[in-house]
Design a protein around this ligand. Structure first.
Ligand code: SF4
Length: 65
């Protein structure tokens, strides 16, 4: 499973970094999402990734198999 983050859509709400801090951070410059790692393995990490995708208000995050 892979995560994609569209920084053009991101509005810097920070829900992803709050929900899954091992996977996402925010830019010090403009608050947009910074992907800490694109590959997701392990059920716990996958659930955190899904929760972050659902929490994102801008639809900037995508999970692919
Ligand atoms: S939750 Fe969505 S809008 Fe907010 S920082 Fe993360 S990717 Fe950007």
């Amino acid at each position: 499973m892979h995560i994609q983050a569209d920084t053009e859509r991101c509005i810097g709400a920070g829900m992803c970094a709050l929900t899954a801090p091992d996977l996402f951070d925010q830019s010090d410059h403009d608050g947009t999402v910074v992907l800490l790692r694109a590959g997701v393995c392990g059920q716990e990490v996958a659930e955190a990734a899904r929760a972050a995708v659902e929490a994102c208000p801008s639809g900037a995050l995508t999970l692919t198999d």
